[in-house]
Design a protein around this ligand. Structure first.
Ligand SMILES: [Zn+2]
Length: 595
């Protein structure tokens, strides 16, 4: 052949190859390029680019790979920023968050008078007789000095709002503070002369209620507080969803809903108006649970936006209000061992019914006695229904204080400890006073549980804590507060006012509070993503950035896996993507330049 023909042929071949590449480029709905993608796959691979089609990830690789294979109208150039799987908050209260954004927000208030002023202002806005609601007070933050402070009384609120009933939840949700108007309404229904099983009505010397109702005793007042209407609830849910998306949360385990909540979720899911994924738990026993056990789990195998296949039960209260049930008495209140708030036999029988109906159970247990009873209930139920128990992924929520001999039982029974890392650094100032130097070693014991073979799905417990998952991630990897304390045993001695016997081994406080219990960053990222997905039977659908999984991803302004620890706290979400849709975009635009 003549050279010109050869050249011509070569050109034709090159053009054909080029055209076929162009033609073979697949369409994608969204591409993210030039990112540092922590995939959280089996090998912890780091990728640069991802292609999304519909609601799913169709490819993960280098920017060049993805650009060669795909075209898309929507391209996010991450400009070297970090992408992680969507955050799954494995323990939170969605309506509670919406409520806290609607009701008086008392978090961080410094005195009863400050709260009274807020109540008085709200009273001016509402017609007389309407309830004034709030949450987030903590009397331990009031006045000077540290340590336990007395509960406030109704009188302060009576002056602020004489014509409105007032109900204010404590920060941990385990006590309410009310005014006399509210107590009058409650007294019209039930006598306030007796305590309630698993609860306590705080009284003066003459036995009269002073305005604080602890744990189960809350129900005496709550019974006369009108429920929110469905419309009010829907509005609160929407506020909560927006707040979650701002923090990169693409899925929430909603810890206890009622029938109205379920109706709201179902209708939002049917209208395709849920902007994030909800894994809800039936809250406690009663007609709603009975109905669900008859009907069976509500699964969402196509869209994965709303699932109801789990039950939330309670076995005790919280450590702050000494409601957590301990095996031995409280170190700072020798006459008290806390409260078991449900009959353990009832709990076991609910677990058995749940297993038969293919429901998961999640038991709230904070104290070591409650944890032991929860493990016992699971063990007995599993012995009766071994086949059903095998895949049930039974959980204990909080698993906060565990007797050393019970730690291996989590792994051997396959019980998942679902924990909230930020609780450790919120509680560390007073937890050891409650528990003493021995028991504290089994408190917030992430490393012990991980080493025993457990996974730990992580949550925030919002609105008890802020929804910010990076605060939790930071607490998990540092066991220090936002200021970086404690740095050593001297800090602990000073901050927590512990006697010398509390810190016999100073090495335990080197770079963090019982620093040996810290998680690695790799573990903490899994705890907030893949392990949460596992705990809701969805680790084959989400929790990591892999081909075929749901496209739930978050673009961050910094790499939480490599920045100095303190910078983790300032991490901001630039873009939140749920099911391939951009559901949140930082208003200032961020670096997510589209081309
Ligand atoms: Zn909770």
């Amino acid at each position: 052949m003549k050279p010109t023909i050869l050249i011509l042929l070569a050109l034709v071949t090159a053009a054909a190859t080029f055209m076929s590449i162009v033609r073979q480029k697949r369409h994608a709905d969204l591409l993210i390029l030039n990112a540092v993608i922590h995939t959280v796959n089996e090998y912890d691979d780091i990728a640069e680019a991802v292609a999304v089609r519909g609601s799913r990830i169709v490819a993960v690789g280098t920017t060049q790979d993805i650009e060669n294979q795909f075209t898309s109208q929507q391209v996010i150039d991450a400009a070297g920023r970090t992408v992680i799987p969507g955050i799954i908050d494995a323990h939170a209260h969605v309506l509670g968050l919406g409520q806290s954004l609607t009701e008086l927000d008392l978090v961080g208030t410094r005195s009863a008078e400050e709260i009274a002023a807020m109540v008085a202002a709200r009273a001016k806005e509402l017609p007389p007789g309407e309830w004034i609601r709030g949450r987030g007070w903590d009397q331990n933050d009031w006045g000077s000095g540290t340590g336990e402070k007395p509960f406030p009384s109704a009188a302060v609120l009576d002056k602020a709002a004489p014509d409105h009933p007032v109900i204010l939840s404590r920060i941990d949700g385990h006590a309410i503070w009310v005014n006399s108007r509210a107590m009058e309404l409650a007294a019209a229904r039930s006598e306030l002369t007796h305590d309630v099983e698993g609860g306590r009505i705080v009284r003066d010397r003459l036995g009269r209620p002073t305005g604080v109702f602890v744990d189960n005793a809350e129900s005496v007042v709550r019974a006369v507080v009108p429920d929110y209407t469905r419309e009010e609830k829907e509005a609160m849910y929407r506020r909560a969803f927006d707040e979650c998306l701002r923090y990169g949360i693409t899925g929430v385990h909603d810890m206890g809903i009622d029938e109205t909540d379920d109706a709201v979720y179902r209708s939002l899911a049917e209208r395709r108006e849920l902007p994030l994924r909800i894994y809800a738990l039936v809250g406690g026993t009663g007609p709603f649970l009975d109905r669900m056990l008859r009907e069976g789990p509500k699964l969402d195998p196509v869209h994965h936006y709303y699932t109801l296949r789990s039950i939330k039960l309670y076995l005790d209260g919280a450590l702050g209000s000494r409601g957590a049930a301990l095996i031995e008495p409280y170190s700072d209140e020798p006459e008290s061992r806390g409260l078991i708030t449900a009959d353990p036999d009832t709990v076991r029988s609910v677990v058995e019914k749940a297993l038969q109906a293919r429901f998961q159970v999640c038991i709230h247990a904070i104290g070591d006695r409650a944890n032991r009873k929860a493990l016992d209930a699971y063990e007995k139920a599993a012995a009766r229904f071994p086949a059903q128990a095998a895949g049930a992924r039974l959980r204990i929520e909080h698993a906060q204080i565990i007797a050393p001999e019970d730690i291996p039982r989590f792994a051997s029974l396959g019980v998942i400890p679902s924990m909230q890392p930020v609780h450790a650094t919120s509680d560390m100032y007073w937890a050891q006073a409650r528990l003493g130097p021995e028991r504290i070693l089994g408190a917030y014991a992430w490393r012990s549980l991980l080493d025993a073979g457990c996974i730990i799905p992580a949550g925030s417990d919002f609105p008890v804590e802020r929804p910010d998952p990076f605060a939790g991630f930071y607490a998990a990897v540092t066991r220090q507060d936002a200021q970086g304390y404690p740095r050593n045993a001297a800090d602990v001695r000073e901050m927590f006012q512990l006697s010398a016997d509390g810190i016999e081994d100073p090495s335990r406080f080197e770079n963090g509070w019982y620093a040996a219990q810290r998680m690695t960053r790799r573990e903490a990222l899994r705890a907030f993503t893949l392990w949460g997905a596992y705990a809701e039977f969805a680790s084959n659908q989400k929790g990591s950035i892999e081909e075929g999984k749901l496209a739930d991803m978050v673009l961050l302004d910094r790499d939480i896996m490599s920045v100095p620890p303190k910078e983790i706290l300032s991490a901001r979400v630039l873009t939140t993507i749920v099911g391939g849709k951009v559901r949140y975009q930082q208003p200032s635009g961020g670096p997510a330049g589209r081309r």
